[in-house]
Structure formats: structure tokens, C-alpha cells
Design a binder for this molecule. Structure first.
Ligand SMILES: Cc1cc2nc3c(=O)[nH]c(=O)nc-3n(C[C@H](O)[C@H](O)[C@H](O)COP(=O)(O)OP(=O)(O)OC[C@H]3O[C@@H](n4cnc5c(N)ncnc54)[C@H](O)[C@@H]3O)c2cc1C
Length: 498
């Protein structure tokens, strides 16, 4: 016999029979959002107050929706109590109010590309924003107003039709939703800046369910926090206002490919050369497996990839001149000034990080001599257990005349950056690939300043989140979280505990 706290009287029945009775008694029975105690949540009441679909754990469609909420094929085991695919901003407000009244925590899903599957949290309500995807462009004012779940490729295409552009991220299927919230390193960042610096305002549903417009003049604290807080933001962004740029008419790409064992010389050339590139050049060092046409000769490569975003062919070629002038002998290939489109660049990224694979990702801002760091990274890549994995590195000496960064929650940058992308297919190889990615934090322990919040493994250690911000920004963010979400309606950042 067991005492059921929901009815206040003993029940002489099996757990299964008790669940059935509770379901029939109105609402559905679920395990609680914040504790393991059983509780009743009136999902039918929530369903009546929203136009979108409420899918509780018991629903036959639940598991497919849960798995589809995360792009990475390596899915977390965490199970929200219910998933709501909202149909409108009013639905978001109704869900937040319902969650607050019911003592449920709220998680949010934009495009589901967070590498750690952050939208999936244990218990509580998951708001799937995928139907919030309107775009409106004011070409004359060079402004756009976009709902969150618009992909990088869609926005870039729609803007290009007006001769305009925005620093969208490199992956075509990532949505603005979480990309902008975490800062956003996109195309032509040297000239256009970190993407969130070009967000002029946003519409936010707060922890009380109120809809507010946040910008420099109104709700300025929320506006400050939402530009960088990423997966720990304490509100739901339902619209971004964006500042746009003229579309570069000549995007050109120069690449040089070397065997991985030449990484030391390439790193030394890059470190000495990078300051010669103008701001409109994005130059990346990649470590990757050789494509089939080279694989007979060589297994792993070190690739210099530079793109200029310019307004004339001559300007693009001038910007990429340091690659043409590179004195390093005998690259496997050297391809200069190839005209490319944003679509070509998106397709390259899609090939490098395809959908359907298992991923573990980590990133490091490093305060150390770039040559040593890039060589360490190359040695780490050489030990990758999977040929699909890759690493990238940027050398970013602060230009002498650089203006100070805008004051936003996003605040972590450093002179060198390394990203490690573990990519594999077989679940049996999870452990060795995860271990390979995690080992890099030991390698870089002495040099690490911090991490890029949108692409770091927040489950790796308790310090990760704090170290993705400058210290004063992290402290202000904590204070604002306590002020704007005192009851903890929204989940906070992932941690090793989930
Ligand atoms: C293949 C690939 C390539 C990438 N390339 C880049 C890149 O070039 N540059 C870069 O900066 N990043 C890049 N990223 C990282 C990416 O920007 C982040 O993972 C980002 O969070 C993805 O956005 P999303 O909408 O899919 O987030 P989701 O996974 O849907 O959400 C992640 C978390 O963000 C919060 N969130 C999302 N939307 C909202 C909202 N509207 N309101 C409130 N909270 C919200 C929630 O807490 C949620 O748990 C890449 C990721 C992948 C998988």
C-alpha cells in the first residue's frame, strides 16, 4: 500500500493503475519538473490557451519530437515534461505564464543546433519556436525585423535580393535564434563585427510573461544581456531588429593546402602575415582529413582558407594578396582569387559538418604565442580517432586602431582561437571521440583565457560558463538573472549536472 500525496489518501493499487486513474481524473500525470516527486499538470488547460500543439511525454508523437529538437545525432537523454510547438508570440506568453503558475521550468528551442542539445532539459516545458519565422526587410533604412527561427541561408538569400547582407553564421541551417543570443561569429566579422553588435533591438517575453521591446533606451539591461547570454538567457526572444550592410559584390576565396606535418611553418607564416590582411578578409587555418583525390598520397591536411568580402574584383585581389605572395614552397594545391557566393561558402560548411553525424565540440580563446598554440593544435589533430573530425584556428591580434568592443554580455575574445570539432558516426565510438575532444582542455590549460559560449562544452566542467565572459560581464549577468527571473522560471546554462 502506498500513500499518494496528490489525493491525500492511501491507494491500494499498482503504480500503473494509479497513473491511469490520475490521467482520467483530468490532466496527465508526469514526473515533476524540478524534483522527482509526481505531480499533476493540466496539459489540457494549457492546450486550451495556445494555438500551437502541446505534446506531453505520454503522447505517441513525443519521442520523435524530442529527438528532432536536437540537430546533433548524439542526443542527450534529458526529457522535458512536455514540448509545445508555439504558433505565435501570444502562445509563448501563455506558456511562460502557465509554467510560472505550475512551478515548471521553461526551456527554449530555436533551431536546435546547440552542440550539447541545450534545449532538452529534464522536466519542465520546452517551447519550440520553429514556427516563428517571419522576415521583414526595410531596404531603404537598411534594417530587418526577423522572428528567431530564420536560418542563416534564408536570411542571406532574402537580403541579397535587396543588395544587402548581415554577418550570418557560417552554417546554413543554424537559426538566428540561438546564434545571435550567444554573440555570433559570422561572415566578414572583421569588418561587420560580431553579429549581436548589429542587433539594434529585440522583442522579449520576460519571466512574468510580459512582452517588452528592449533596446538602448528601453529595458536596456535586458538588451545588454540578450546580446551574449546565450543558452542561459532569462527570457524568450521573439523578434530581432538588425542593422544591415551593402552586399559585397565580389567575394573571392584563396586557399593553400599543405600536409599536416607542415603545420609549424604554415602557422609561423600565418602569425607573421595576418596583420597584413584588411578587415574584410576572413582567414582561417583548418586541420582536416585529405579528400579522396589526395588520400592515396596523404592522410591529414593543414589548409589556409581566406575569403575577401569586397566591392570590386581588384579590391578582393588586393585584399588576398598576402596569400598570393606566400613564400612557403610546394603546397599540395594553391588556388587563388576564386569567385564564390555565400551559397558556395554555406555548402562548404555543410560538407565539413554534415547533418546526421555525432558531434562533440569545444573552443578556446588563448593568450599565448600563436605559433606554439597552432602547432599544439596540429599535434592534437594528428591523434583524432575519426577521419571526419576537424579543427580550426584563427589568429586575431587586436588591430592598433580597433575601437573598443560595444558593451554587451558578449565579452570574451583573445589573440588566438582554436575550435575542435569531433565528428563521427558510430555510437560505439562515442567514448574515444569525446575523450579526444575533452583532452584539448588539458593541453591548453595554461593558455586558456576562456571559451566561445555558443561552441563550448558547458558540460565539461563547472567553470566553462563563467569563463565564456569577461569577469565583470559575468557578474552583471548573474545579477540581472536574479533581478529578471527571481523565481527561476527559465533554465540556466547547462553544467556537468545537466
Ligand atoms: C554546424 C554548426 C555550425 C555552427 N557555426 C557557427 C558559426 O559559424 N558561428 C557561431 O557563432 N556559431 C556557430 N554555431 C553555434 C550556434 O550558433 C549555436 O549552437 C546556436 O545556439 C544555434 O542556434 P539555435 O537557434 O539552433 O539554438 P538552439 O539549439 O535552438 O538553442 C540553444 C539554446 O539557446 C537558447 N535560445 C535559443 N533561442 C532562443 C530564443 N529565441 N529565446 C531565448 N532563448 C533561446 C535556449 O537556452 C536554448 O537552449 C554552429 C553550430 C553548428 C551545429
Amino acid at each position: 500500500m502506498n500513500a499518494n500525496p496528490l489525493f491525500g489518501k492511501p491507494l491500494a493499487m499498482s503504480r500503473r493503475a494509479a497513473m491511469r486513474l490520475l490521467t482520467l481524473a483530468g490532466g496527465f500525470v508526469l514526473s515533476g519538473c524540478t524534483s522527482l516527486s509526481r505531480r499533476t499538470v493540466a496539459w489540457d488547460e494549457l492546450q486550451r490557451s495556445v494555438a500551437g500543439k502541446v505534446v506531453p511525454r505520454e503522447d505517441a508523437a513525443y519521442e520523435a519530437k524530442r529527438l528532432a529538437a536536437v540537430w546533433n545525432a548524439l542526443k542527450p537523454a534529458r526529457r522535458p515534461a512536455a514540448i509545445v510547438q508555439v504558433a505565435s508570440v501570444a502562445d509563448v506568453q501563455a506558456c511562460v505564464r502557465f509554467a510560472k503558475q505550475s512551478g515548471l521550468k521553461v526551456a527554449v528551442r530555436g533551431g536546435g543546433h546547440n552542440w550539447n542539445g541545450a534545449p532538452l532539459r529534464e522536466g519542465g516545458l520546452l517551447l519550440d519556436l520553429s514556427r516563428l519565422n517571419e522576415v521583414s526587410i526595410n531596404a531603404a533604412a537598411r534594417m530587418a525585423s526577423v522572428q528567431p527561427v530564420v536560418t542563416n541561408r534564408d536570411l542571406a538569400r532574402q537580403l541579397a535580393a535587396h543588395g544587402l547582407a548581415f554577418p550570418v553564421g557560417h552554417c546554413p541551417s543554424v537559426t538566428l535564434s540561438g546564434y545571435l543570443l550567444g554573440g555570433g561569429f559570422g561572415f566578414n566579422a572583421g569588418e561587420w563585427g560580431v553579429a549581436c553588435f548589429n542587433v539594434t533591438g529585440m522583442e522579449i517575453v520576460t519571466a512574468s510573461g510580459e512582452l517588452v521591446q528592449a533596446n538602448e533606451r528601453a529595458h536596456a539591461d535586458l538588451y545588454w544581456a540578450a546580446r551574449g547570454a546565450g543558452s542561459g538567457f532569462f527570457g524568450v526572444v521573439t523578434r530581432y531588429q538588425l542593422k544591415l550592410f551593402p552586399l559585397p559584390t565580389h567575394i573571392q576565396s584563396s586557399t593553400m593546402i599543405f600536409p599536416l606535418d607542415r603545420a609549424g611553418g604554415v602557422a609561423a607564416w600565418l602569425a607573421a602575415t595576418v596583420a597584413k590582411f584588411p578587415a574584410n578578409v576572413e582567414c582561417t587555418l583548418l586541420y582536416a582529413s585529405a579528400p579522396p583525390e589526395l588520400a592515396a598520397k596523404i592522410k591529414q591536411l593543414c589548409i589556409v582558407s581566406a575569403q575577401a568580402f569586397a566591392m570590386s574584383k581588384a579590391d578582393a585581389e588586393a585584399a588576398l594578396a598576402p596569400v598570393a605572395a606566400c613564400p612557403l614552397s610546394e603546397p599540395l594545391t594553391k588556388d587563388l582569387n576564386r569567385p564564390v557566393t555565400f551559397d558556395d561558402l554555406f555548402n562548404d560548411l555543410d560538407r565539413a559538418l554534415p547533418h546526421g553525424k555525432r558531434y562533440a565540440v569545444d573552443t578556446f580563446w588563448l593568450n599565448a604565442g600563436p605559433v606554439a598554440v597552432l602547432q599544439q593544435a596540429a599535434r592534437h589533430y594528428a591523434k583524432s580517432p575519426s577521419p571526419d573530425s576537424m579543427m580550426l584556428a584563427l589568429v586575431m591580434p587586436p588591430p592598433a586602431d580597433a575601437p573598443p568592443m560595444p558593451d554587451t554580455a558578449f565579452s570574451m575574445v583573445g589573440p588566438a582561437y582554436v575550435g575542435c570539432y569531433g565528428v563521427w558516426s558510430d555510437a560505439a565510438q562515442d567514448a574515444e571521440n569525446l575523450q579526444w575532444v575533452r583532452l584539448l582542455s588539458t593541453t591548453f590549460r595554461g593558455e586558456t583565457m576562456g571559451h566561445c559560449l555558443g561552441e563550448t562544452d558547458l558540460t565539461a566542467d563547472n567553470e566553462r560558463t563563467a569563463r565564456s565572459f569577461a569577469k565583470p560581464n559575468w557578474e552583471r549577468l548573474q545579477a540581472l538573472r536574479a533581478k529578471f527571473d527571481p523565481d527561476g522560471v527559465f533554465h540556466t546554462w547547462l553544467s556537468p549536472r545537466g
